[in-house]
Design a protein. Sequence first.
Length: 532
Amino acid sequence: MAIEAHILVVDDEVGMRDMLGFELGDRGHKVDLAADGAQAIEQLERAEYDLVITDVLMPNVDGVAVLKAAKEISPDTEVIVVTGYAELDSAIECLRAGACDLIQKPLHLEDLLSSVDRAIEHRRLRVTARLYQACQEMLGSGEARSLYERIAATAMELLGADDVSVMLLDSDRCLRIVHATGIPEAVQAETRVALGERVAGRVALECRPAILPAALSDDPRFEGLDSYGRVRSGIIYPLAVQDVVLGVLNLNRVHASRHFRRTDLETAGIIAAQAALALRNERLAQDLVASERMATIGQFAAGIVHELGNPLTYISASATLAREILGSLPRDAEGSCLLASGDLRDIQDSLSHVEQGVDRLGEIAVDMRRLSRKEEDSGERFDVNEAIRTAMRIAGPTLRRSAETSTELGEGLLVIGSSGQLSQVFLNLLVNAAQSLETVPGKRGKIGIRSWRDAGKVLVEVTDDGPGIPPHHLSRIMEPFYTTKSREKGSGLGLAISREIAERHGGSLRVRSRACEETAFTVSLPAAPPSG
């Protein structure tokens, strides 16, 4: 069965034009007719066609010009050229310009109809392949661009939209703009649309898409709403997974004169479905990262309590000593203490020790806060060594039990992202190194961590001289849930999450290992640009 398409027939012979219009219409296609090349180009600028059938030899503007205009205005439009033998040179030029087929006069109707079916199917397959590839890229997590930018870029490329915005439901069940190509950032930040309000709110409420401007007058959902202003044509599609609405995708043609078609709505539906799936996966990944982070904190709870105990004991002993010194001081007739210089020095030393203990407690509190912070802090500018030191302090008891640790940290290693997330990465790598050393009986190994800058990158390397990673494990250790540890020591998510965090920061996580010599994990991150 033929696929319904929108076809433009261009021929200066009225009989040929009408015959083709009738035959193609009879097969279920929507057909427009043009009497010459100039009229055809005007129609190409106003409407989008799946296929153009054009004669080559026409007065004033010929079929070659029509073909070139079609490919410039809408590259996906297929063009069949009808030519006579004497026009062979023009026909060859048409093939070079992108015509999908040549039909020679005199016409055989069945040959033409067969060529039409092939051209429409070819267009569908090409568009489908590009749609599949774009959706795969949108679902991928390796790009530095945010997911919202990838969604917008995909929609603009595949649907010829020149204005795209992604809106998500916030905790108050209002739509807010998380990315837009044609709206000032200040307006984006202030925009909130409640469910049921305006076009986007009503589309989200009923989880049903709309094509504008036609829907404003034909769809009872939008009764009473004003015209769509600067937008010539728009598609508003809900972002939903299993009828759970996450937000709305707005696709607009502001400058392009052609309106969106029903087939565009179908394409938008595929993009929206993939976008919603990507958004859900992103949220699941964030929840997994947060869950793994809290599990990490729980794993080190005993060590953290021990780290708290040391400064608390220090504070308590110093305060007791200061109190005892004050209690033993001689007093004058009025009851005031008589301080000797030695007594004053002892009290000052005790208070200094108290201050040091309080500072250490503060450091531990900062470490815990940094490791447990939410994803909202993912745009901060910080020195990567801060995240390294946090990880080392939290892993301190484990590291001291398993190895001698050395550090070689560079200076001015600024990056942009989340210090808490990167602390989690370094903590995972340090603990993995310590645990690998524990598998070698009687060995107290060495763990090294160093940071440096190289060609616009900030690099952090964690090494150990443990047993190494066998080659058959090396290629899989960053796969989710793949682990060689016991269930008590690992879920198989630590390295997978670490790599995901590094890639989310625009970087990478790499590993190299030599049996019985060294294992090295290297985190590469983009260096922060100079502050301006």
